[in-house]
Design a protein around this ligand. Sequence first.
Ligand code: ADP
Ligand code: ZN
Ligand code: ZN
Length: 703
Amino acid sequence: MNTPPDRWIEVAVQTPAHSGVGDLLTYRSPQPVQPGQLVRVPLGRREVLGVVWNTLTSAPPLAPQTIKTITGVLDGLAPLDPGWRQLMAFGAQYYQRSLGEMALSALPPQLRELDSVQLARRLKKMADAAQLTPQPGPTLSAQQADALQQIAQHPGPFLLFGSTGSGKTEVYLRAVAQRLQADPQAQALILVPEINLTPQLETRVRERFGDAAVVAMHSGLTPAQRLKSWLAAHSGAARIVLGTRMAVLAPMPHLQLIVVDEEHDPSYKQQEGARYSARDLALYRGQQCGAQVLLGSATPSLESWHHSRPADEAAADAGGRCVRLHMPARIGAAALPVVRRVDMNHQPRRTVLSAPLVQAIQARVAKGEQSMLLLNRRGYAPVLYCADCGWKSECRHCSAFRVFHKGDRTLRCHHCGATDRVPRACPSCGNADIAPMGRGTEQLEEHLAELLADVRRPDGLPVRIARIDADTTRLKGALESQLAAVHSGEVDVLVGTQMIAKGHDFRRITLVAAINPDSALFSSDFRAPERQFALLMQAAGRAGRDATQGESEMLVQTFHPAHPLFAALKRHDYPAFAASELAERATASLPPFSHQALLRADAREQAVAQGFLNAARETLEAWLSEEEGGMATLEQVSLYPAVPMGLQKVADVERAQMLIESPSRKHLHRVLSRLQDVLHTLRSDSAHKGLIRWLVDVDPQAI
Ligand code: ADP
Ligand code: ZN
Ligand code: ZN
């Protein structure tokens, strides 16, 4: 019998975080395999899934007996193409994770459990690329037609800067139709921040293009559904993938267009493992595979805004990485709501709902129109408090207060989940009179019900109040049915957190109120005003979407009515807000004028976490100063001392962070890649006993 010649391959596998194992492991394969194929390989005592990355033409410099043989090949599945592999390699390098972790976390979990036979069965069910016969859409507005014409003429990428209700979604759908009709295989990817918040969009896409052409991809799917969507994307059967941030990692061999809706949304940033930004990866992917990229928002991220220019200037100006398309007007005769600031300094102390707001709500109810009240804090009250001894409902495990939930009479920590019954008396002094301090949506709903008890709808029935937040929507399907009640007009007054502000095409809301928007004005996070402005603009955008309803308005209750953020909001003037924020960022050398990364360490004791970070900084500086060009890099990069995180302790774990900042991405990344070696070297040092983990967050969204 002839023994087949040895074939050596390098495979990406998911190695445990911080294991220090190199990126690719070498195996022997009894049969020929190609890069991009999936294989099963022994790893320690387990058998794991891996992606073949390279095939070697000569024996690797390893002792032959140390090279294990793969256990199987998932043949039948086309190899993951070079473009996808390059995306993974880029993501791993940019976000400082191992290639194996990046690549394997992009695969649907169920793929790990299937053998070749089971996989073949699922693949057999895959159809060819779905035929596309889009339903006709409405006649385009002039500005929609204009935007689409630019999209047809320029390679992009684009930033579609369009007011809420200006018809951005229609532009996305037409752009998709244009591309997909021109090429019977072409695929499009539509990214949305949180799909369950906007079930309307999925319905619209499916109605326009037909169920067979569209697959969804998000964490709400069952493992089987997710695998099916992934196989459809990879095989080309799905022409359109509609998904959340994870979908940017889906293999799509014929990808020609990527849409990123609400591109400013923080949920595009993954918050664990490889902390990638799906928006930024979309831009990279588009450039790398030649797909057009279309970002859209009424309130773009300051990064995207700063890097975009109107089409006629884009070519001339090196700062214009994106072509800016502007759609200022709403569809039809609908106008943006009139924004009124209510000065809370002139209201009686402890006023929750000001007199002008209560009157405005009553007037809407009487006319049969809807109102929406935004309060970005769930629960009844953020703290319980004893006036006698000063006790507060702190969490034992976190540096945070447990929130009072009146409905089930619990104190709940929103960080670690610790839940206790509300004590009958102060646990510290026995005082029976402990009181809620501050307010959340649950209390607002209760308060509103008292204030409006006598108010009738035009049909004579009592006013109907509903609340939508993470607590009322815990059960599957709850959010959908609650949103449906708002759309159908069953609800007169809607109370909720930011969940209600985003994306919904409510047709009958004519009054929106921001109850307590001030805290973001004084946050230590430099992005807080940007996020608050976006949220308030989005909230305003829910009002007056139907021109046949009466005039719409937004009321902002604030103790700082003269603040420039509210002045810009009143004029619906995002460019003015962006200009003033960017001026401040430029002065302080903050992003987008610099680039940041955070190194975070977790330990049982704060001193250990900080000690590890400071040691890492010192070692890194010492190493770099000895290396060629290292001094030049150090001069370009600021390494700040370790500090406790804003939320210092969570679930009994102490957290510290160190900020790394540079005007130069190149130098920042040189520091980061050196940092990995430093961290692996330091961790075995007994001085850092008690260290639990570290992580690197490149382009962090919160610091
Ligand atoms: P945006 O995403 O910019 O907030 P949408 O795409 O949701 O706006 O559009 C707002 C509303 O206008 C939707 O109800 C949509 O169906 C409708 N619409 C969009 N384009 C047109 C058009 N050209 N003619 C008529 N109605 C349109
Ligand atoms: Zn007490
Ligand atoms: Zn806690």
